[in-house]
Design a protein around this ligand. Sequence first.
Ligand SMILES: Cc1cc2nc3c(=O)[nH]c(=O)nc-3n(C[C@H](O)[C@H](O)[C@H](O)COP(=O)(O)OP(=O)(O)OC[C@H]3O[C@@H](n4cnc5c(N)ncnc54)[C@H](O)[C@@H]3O)c2cc1C
Length: 439
Amino acid sequence: MPKISVLPSDDKTNGWSALLPARKPYDQLSGDVRADWVVVGIGYAGLAAARRLAENRPNDKIVLVDAQEAGEGASGRNSGFAIDLPHNVGASLEELERSHAHMRLARTAISHLEEMVTTHGIECDWERRGKYHAAVSEQGVETILKPFAQELDAIDEPYRWVEKADLHGELATPHFTAAVYTPGNVLMNPAALTRGLADSMPGNVSIYEHTPVLEVDYHNGVHLTTPGGSVFAPKMIIAVNGLAQQFGFLKNRLLNFAAHASLTRQLTADERKAMGSVENWGVTPANAFAGITMRYTKDHRILIRQDIYFKPDFRESDAKRAQVRRQHLRLFRERFPMLDNVEMEHTWTGFICLSRNDAPGFGKVSGNVYTAVCQNAVGVTKGTISGMLAADLATGQDNPLIADIESLGSPQSLPPRPFLDIGVRAKLAWEIWRARAEA
Ligand SMILES: Cc1cc2nc3c(=O)[nH]c(=O)nc-3n(C[C@H](O)[C@H](O)[C@H](O)COP(=O)(O)OP(=O)(O)OC[C@H]3O[C@@H](n4cnc5c(N)ncnc54)[C@H](O)[C@@H]3O)c2cc1C
């Protein structure tokens, strides 16, 4: 009967939701509620799982709960890239097949989200703008971008090789040496998307926010205890990403990291002119740990995502965020020296979950419990598809994509703490030092 000892507690400084109108949260759960299914977690995984359960079983009652509000967990505080390609493709036949499986899964997720955005009129600046996978150093070009381009050739994926001078024109910064531009990526405001998905749930889904699950009992169905009451359902889908261990599953298999992002204030018309009046764009770094994800948003702000480190306690201080903000401002000024009066308006922390072998925590974990967790930092697409497929698996729907997601394996076990902490921190420090030219 697991008692939950670590609850999510994200900061209140998420820039994406600060840009949106005030919103009335769904009620906290009170009293004893019975349902046919319970889903925990209102991120991309839980939202997709609840919707798919509701579609597969229109007469069933589905309860969806979260300790926080839609758009305030990691799903609403990421960089807003719905990524269709693996970051690294790999050349062996096995790796190529893995890449194809990955793309089928990611593109199904993007099509699903696009359909939701269109059908329900979700205003989240959803746009297929593609993305630039960019290297700062010659070394990054040689060791990461060129092999990546060759691998895209091998799987017959379209891309455009962009040299420094053209990149300067397209992104308004001379910072990068080259980039591989691929067209399938979508950019959006992730808090607006997450809220919109929650607000357009089918009628047989009941949402409860500010409803942390404090305790779970798995005897004869699933009994969840919350501060104001309880939920009983015969079956559950766990969609809490890195906190799945709290529910008794995937123990010693999940690695939880903190990541930070900042958004500047809106640029003025003169500042946009000084920049070169470019259109909105998104850049992912050749090295995800040493480098910086950046966006120029549709409403003329610059996003900086940088500083990832091992943080298994899911907590970060305001002092650390203040330090990160100063760092983000310095990185921004280095890249956009013509915008020297522009400040960071929002800086926030979010938590991401990785596995040692990049595999998802997907599947049936006991007779009546399924997980759709561990999105390996690409949760817009991976979370969405794992939620959809967990619901299909749980309701016995035949879907060939279940074989695709299962082919990605499951999270490998990790050494015990404190050896784990020492090993992960040392490996990350080495990775950042090795790729320091990409910073
Ligand atoms: C700064 C940053 C930038 C990122 N950029 C990108 C990007 O551009 N593209 C991309 O694809 N991914 C990105 N990611 C990763 C992405 O945000 C995550 O992979 C994704 O949000 C995971 O979705 P999820 O639904 O699995 O989990 P989450 O979004 O973490 O949702 C899990 C939910 O479970 C709830 N929960 C946990 N425990 C309990 C409990 N006991 N009771 C009740 N509720 C509970 C939490 O409150 C939370 O809302 C980024 C992440 C960060 C932090």
